[in-house]
Ligand binder design. Structure first.
Ligand code: F6R
Length: 260
């Protein structure tokens, strides 16, 4: 795991945008896995800026989102479809046919999930997967106790996750109980995993994911098994890490060719 600590979420998000830009420029048909929530909002702002001001071209990018609530139509204001089009897709030149977001209204959810996995495979696999981190340690909507080799499927949200997202639904009673999410196995298949976490309320989950044992009770700890997992945090989210100084030392001495 590479742990990168930045002074604030703005600097961390800019670094994340630079890494994605590099992948987009290097690959003829880059396949990018995306997340929603508060955490990647600044990253998406930087990508939009790079598109407008530096001509970053998304016309060949294929996108796959991590998850979607079950039962929400794409035009529901709290759906991840709505979020993605509002915050990123409508502002860049991605082709709508290259956008994939799980369908919260899928009738036959198990076969829909198999098809989603197949589509990722046919696109050539994910070059990078962007991840946020739940306060309960989830990635995607893989809640604690999720199998570390799980694939795309339906999951039941924890009470904590429903509380954390209540604000987007005008109250906890309106938050769906289920989501379709890529599995932990699906995420680990990405060639690079980039997890972002900002703020004090993520500090405990970050410490457990990075320095704790690998356990399905902290789904993000599965990233310790990944050959290229980058954990990009601000100082607050890093505040409970024991080996903070070492991570900073490693970053400062990164070989030139590894920089992004
Ligand atoms: C969103 C997702 C979730 C979030 C996580 C953190 O697509 O998969 O795992 O990344 O719940 O959410 P925020 O960023 O709102 O704190």
């Amino acid at each position: 795991m590479e742990v990168i600590i930045q002074p604030d979420s703005e600097k961390a998000s800019f670094l994340a945008a630079r890494l994605i830009k590099k992948i987009i420029q290097e690959k003829p048909k880059p396949v990018i896995g995306l997340a929603t929530g508060n955490t990647p909002l600044l990253l998406y702002k930087f990508l939009v800026k790079m598109h407008r001001e530096e001509g970053l071209d998304f016309s060949q990018v294929v996108a796959f989102n991590l998850d979607e609530y079950v039962g929400l139509p794409a035009d529901h204001p709290a759906s991840f479809h709505h979020y993605m089009w509002k915050n990123l897709f409508s502002q860049i030149n991605i082709k709508p046919e290259n956008v994939h977001i799980p369908d919260g209204l899928a009738k036959d959810i198990p076969s829909y999930c198999l098809q989603y996995e197949q589509e990722i495979k046919e696109a050539g696999g994910l070059d990078i997967q962007i991840l946020g981190l739940g306060t309960d340690g989830h990635i995607g909507f893989n809640e604690p106790s999720s199998s570390l080799s799980s694939r795309t499927r339906i999951k039941t949200l924890t009470d904590q996750t429903r509380k954390d997202n209540a604000v987007f639904f005008g109250g906890e009673e309106n938050v769906p109980y289920h989501a379709i999410t890529m599995g932990i196995g699906t995420i680990l298949d990405a060639r690079t995993c980039l997890m972002l976490a900002f703020g004090k309320k993520k500090a405990r989950a970050i410490a457990l994911a990075v320095e704790g044992p690998i356990t399905s009770m902290v789904p993000a700890s599965a990233l310790q098994l990944h050959p290229r997992a980058i954990i990009l945090v601000d100082r607050d989210a890093a505040s409970e890490l024991k080996h903070l100084d070492y991570y900073q030392w490693v970053f400062e001495h990164k070989p030139e060719w590894q920089k992004f």
